[in-house]
Design a protein. Structure first.
Ligand code: PGA
Length: 248
């Protein structure tokens, strides 16, 4: 069996201020963990985050990038610019971007490929809505999202980055998927990766996201195909985020 190092990624979403981030970083720097860690902040705070994480086993990440190369795209931020400010990771295809900003399966895949092209490690998010789950469509929806990614990115590339399964109904709702519910989807994603590339599929980290908290992290991360977490609300409190890193 391939050993996959656990990865815990913070998704601060559109939260933070220079003062609040500085306090978070001071508390975080005093902590201990032994997994890989990424902290994904709003664009404007990336230099502060890079400096605050310097010397730690934790890397800065963004939450989005442009699908285009630099040029006349008012308001967009290119992957090249993220690299330029010391960013290592980028969240791609978060359900909020899909639902609120119209990102399609193909656009998400284009952005993931752009991230790889500039040397960023994308955390590519997939997941079904409550209506899709209740209609029995979970594996079909996630399968189609993954198909789009696999048209533009190889499994070998994904093994250098991460996927995140985030059921939309569990995000910010306090309603976590049970470990068994999550494991079922993670195993299906890995089987799909294996159909594309049997030798590399075992090396791809698949994170779970959706109301992960210090109290439920351990049993989620104990599942065979859950390789860490993408943490929203609980990542805003340094002590909670550290506790989740320690659970991994
Ligand atoms: P949550 O968010 O942990 O607040 O549910 C997870 C995410 O949206 O990445």
């Amino acid at each position: 069996m391939t050993a996959r190092r656990k990865l815990i990624a913070a998704n601060w979403k559109m939260n933070g201020s220079r003062a609040a981030n500085a306090a978070w970083l001071t508390e975080f720097r005093a902590g201990r963990w032994s997994c890989d860690v990424a902290v994904c902040a709003p664009f404007v705070y990336l230099p502060q985050l890079r400096d605050g994480l310097a010397g730690l086993a934790a890397e800065p990440g963004a939450q989005n990038l442009a699908a285009e190369t630099p040029g006349a795209f008012t308001g967009e931020v290119a992957g090249e610019m993220l690299i330029d400010v010391g960013c290592k990771w980028v969240i791609v295809g978060h359900s909020e971007r899909r639902a609120l900003y119209g990102e399609t399966n193909d656009l998400v895949a284009v952005k993931a490929a752009r991230a790889f092209a500039v040397g960023l490690k994308p955390i590519v998010c997939v997941g079904e809505t409550l209506a899709e789950r209740e209609a029995g469509g979970t594996l079909e929806v996630v399968g189609a999202q993954m198909d789009a990614v696999l048209k533009r990115c190889s499994v070998v590339q994904l093994a250098q980055a991460a996927l995140a399964y985030e059921p939309v109904w569990a995000i910010g709702t306090g309603r976590t998927a049970t470990p068994a519910q999550a494991q079922e989807v993670h195993a299906a994603i890995r089987a799909q990766l294996a159909r594309a590339d049997a030798s590399a599929a075992g090396a791809v980290r698949i994170l779970y996201g959706g109301s992960v908290k210090p109290g439920n992290a351990k049993e989620l991360f104990a599942q065979p195909d859950i390789d860490g977490g993408l943490i929203g609300g609980a990542s805003l409190v340094a002590a909670d985020f550290l506790a989740i890193c320690q659970a991994a």
